[in-house]
Design a protein around this ligand. Structure first.
Ligand code: ADP
Ligand code: ADP
Ligand code: MG
Length: 649
């Protein structure tokens, strides 16, 4: 490392023009190398982790990306004010913006990334396909007539053969893509892809590709010297995707013939050399499962989200290599020296509800406790707020092992141990993906989620019941001032008396009546199901009446009341009069009934989202809906009357 710092190393201070986990990850390498770090932030991120971690931080502007992380002038002003030498763009935001690369150079900063020309030519998928084809790289059969009329595109689609994929030339992040099954559907798909591309990327040019059915997504990590020299750092497989966005990534690609691997490397290096590429980049390919023929998809001229799996198997720090390259130092690695060892798998941890169509979630983390022994690249820590201004990826968890199955099992254990109470995340879903046969036993394709969860994902019913039971037991043991105190004398680990406590619990996955049974051991019953519970309490965090519990591979925010009391209050308090009140201030998301409907006790009437949880309000008795005083989309204050019911005559 000393060589890194000896004069005339031209980089002392690095501005990280990004946020979240990637800003934190870049700061970590800079710090290790003794470089000063400068964070930039929007008003939404004033307290964010990357701001806390950097040596210095500068405000860019309001939360909107166009006024902060995408505002070239604001980023350069921060760079000037901090006396920085270099700018690292991370991924997303300005990382693939050629004008930004040029503006950095004009302002006298080293841009840690490739040339503006490389960024510009690869930023156009149409141009990239042309350059790749010219360099002898097989591209997905398609039609890239820039400026082509819709008639020409329709004629081309007939030649390619349906189904086809309409893609935005400037696209990224899985957006601006439409699968089209027939000529009749093409005109509408073109229009909607063009509209989406225009508003998302400021360029509505689209092109066509043959749709590859259930393909594998393979990609090669490359590194260029800017003068036609290039190395590869082997391949990654990112076939597990949702909406064309990666969910799980691994390296090396499982079950891939060496001959195909060599073809991938040769193609990736041809393109990297053809554009005199400088620094780290990724050449992406798509391969019809079983075909053995990878086609070029696109090149990303930046650090990739999933770069840690490559770092794990190649034993390199790609951000360090980027810094060295930007500083003018040679890579000094022969291709033979770049070898892989073992297997690594990464999962993207998002603030979202996989059980509710992957609805993005918001809130504040009470805590963030990473599992020991695994790499955890996070943009959040205890106290971090997750808002709606930016995308929902919070962190990445990466496991390494001597082989794929070892890495897979470590990652599952890591996801189960990782505690992130306060904001719903997809961690239980990710663990189920890693457990699924289609991942563990087979070679995943982009159809993986459909195959593994044809009905959508829901938490395992037994795990859910067990965690509810264990969390409720903690509440009982701790609540000396509640009516539950009647179980005084009970301790979770060593119950002194036997008995059954019927409870009503509510959490983000719904509500349930269950009974905790204390006998020789602790068990939980719900309907006909009875499950033995571990003696030890789960990890819990208290927040007023809510208890956040992490265990059984799940995370819950739960309230519990004695069943009799819950029934009684449902009957007596507010609802005896048939008034269904908002339990908290929140958003009505669904109304299941209309005036005049006949409902049975327990039937769902409406759903509300409040305190980041979905609350289903149910009919307190058999009756008739007399009045619906709310609609989906309304926000109502706590205790507002939402529905009125009458007893059936
Ligand atoms: P990667 O390609 O690194 O595996 P993604 O494709 O998910 O990962 O992109 C990384 C990040 O950059 C995501 O936050 C994504 O939304 C964003 N992103 C990628 N390309 C673009 C683009 N052209 N415009 C805006 N955002 C983009
Ligand atoms: P982005 O810039 O948004 O990352 P890509 O061209 O890399 O766009 O495609 C993203 C994903 O969309 C691919 O990994 C693949 O799953 C899917 N995809 C893209 N093109 C095709 C195609 N021609 N056929 C089938 N799937 C495709
Ligand atoms: Mg891509």
């Amino acid at each position: 490392m000393t060589a890194f710092l000896t004069a005339p190393f031209p980089i002392r201070t690095v501005v990280i023009a990004n946020r979240g986990e990637i800003a934190c990850r870049i700061i970590a390498t800079c710090r290790r190398l003794g470089l000063r770090t400068v964070a930039v932030y929007s008003d939404a991120d004033a307290e964010a982790l990357h701001v806390r971690l950097a040596d210095e931080a500068h405000r860019l502007g309001p939360a909107a990306p166009s006024e902060s992380y995408l505002c070239i002038e604001a980023v350069l002003a921060a760079a000037r004010a901090s006396g920085a030498d270099a700018v690292h763009p991370g991924y997303g935001f300005l990382s693939e913006n050629a004008a930004f690369v040029e503006a950095c150079a004009e302002a006298g900063f080293i841009f840690i990334g490739p040339s503006a020309d490389a960024v510009r030519s690869m930023g156009s998928k149409i141009e990239a396909r042309r350059i790749a084809a010219k360099a002898g790289v097989p591209v997905v059969p398609g039609f890239e007539g820039a400026g082509a009329s819709n008639e020409e595109l329709i004629a081309a689609a007939e030649r390619i053969g349906f189904p086809v994929m309409v893609k935005a030339s400037a696209g990224g992040g899985g957006r601006g893509m439409r699968r089209v099954e027939s000529a009749e559907a093409l005109a509408a798909a073109l229009a909607s892809a063009q509209a989406e591309a225009g508003s998302a990327f400021g360029d509505d040019t689209v092109f066509l590709e043959k749709l590859i059915g259930a393909p594998r997504h393979l990609e090669v990590q490359v590194f260029g010297d800017g003068r036609g020299g290039a190395r590869h750092f082997h391949e990654r497989d990112c076939s597990v995707q949702r909406n064309h966005q990666k969910v799980i990534e691994e390296a090396p690609a499982p079950n891939l013939a060496d001959a195909i691997r060599e073809r991938l490397f040769a193609s990736a290096l041809k393109l990297t050399r053809a554009i005199d590429y400088a620094g780290a980049g990724t050449v992406e390919f798509i391969m019809e499962a079983g075909s053995g023929e990878p086609y070029f998809l696109e090149m990303n001229t930046r650090l990739q989200v999933e770069h840690p799996v490559t770092e794990a198997i190649c034993g390199v720090d790609l951000v360090e290599l980027q810094l060295r390259q930007a500083a003018g130092l040679p890579l000094n690695l022969s291709q033979e020296q770049i070898v892989t060892r073992g297997h690594a798998i990464e999962v993207r941890i998002n603030a979202e509800r996989p059980d509710c169509g992957f609805l993005p979630a918001t809130g504040r983390f009470l805590d963030v406790v990473p599992p020991s022994g695994l790499r955890f690249d996070s943009g959040v820590a205890a106290g971090s707020e997750v808002g709606t201004s930016y995308d929902s990826m919070l962190a990445k968890l990466i496991a390494y092992g001597v082989d794929r199955d070892t890495a897979r099992k470590r990652l599952i254990a890591g996801l189960e141990a990782l505690a992130m109470p306060g904001v719903p995340t997809n961690q239980a879903f990710l663990a189920d993906c890693l457990r699924a046969d289609a991942f563990a036993e087979k070679t995943p394709t982009t159809a993986f989620l459909q195959e593994a969860f044809p009905e959508g994902w829901h938490p395992d019913a037994n795990s859910l019941l067990r965690l509810r039971g264990r969390a409720a037991a903690v509440l009982i043991a701790a609540s000396t001032d509640s009516p539950l105190h009647r179980t005084d004398g009970f301790r979770v680990t060593r119950p002194r008396r036997t008995g059954t406590v019927p409870l009503h619990v509510e959490d983000e996955y719904g509500q349930a009546d269950l009974a905790l049974c204390f006998g020789a051991g602790l068990s939980v019953e719900s309907g006909p199901h009875s499950l033995a519970l571990k003696d030890e309490p789960p990890a819990v965090w208290r927040q007023g009446e809510l208890i956040h519990a992490v265990g059984e591979g799940l995370s819950l925010s739960l309230t519990a009341r004695p069943l009799a009391e819950a029934r009684l209050s449902a009957r007596t308090e507010d609802q005896a009069a048939g008034q269904i009140l908002a339990p908290l201030t929140g958003l009505v998301t669904k109304v299941h009934v209309a005036t005049g409907d006949r409902v049975k006790s327990g039937d769902p009437l409406l759903e509300m989202e409040a305190m980041k949880l979905v609350h289903t309000l149910a009919a307190p008795f058999d009756g008739i809906v007399a009045k619906v005083a709310c609609a989906a989309g309304d926000t109502h204050g706590a205790k507002t009357i939402l529905i009125e019911m009458e007893e059936a005559a």
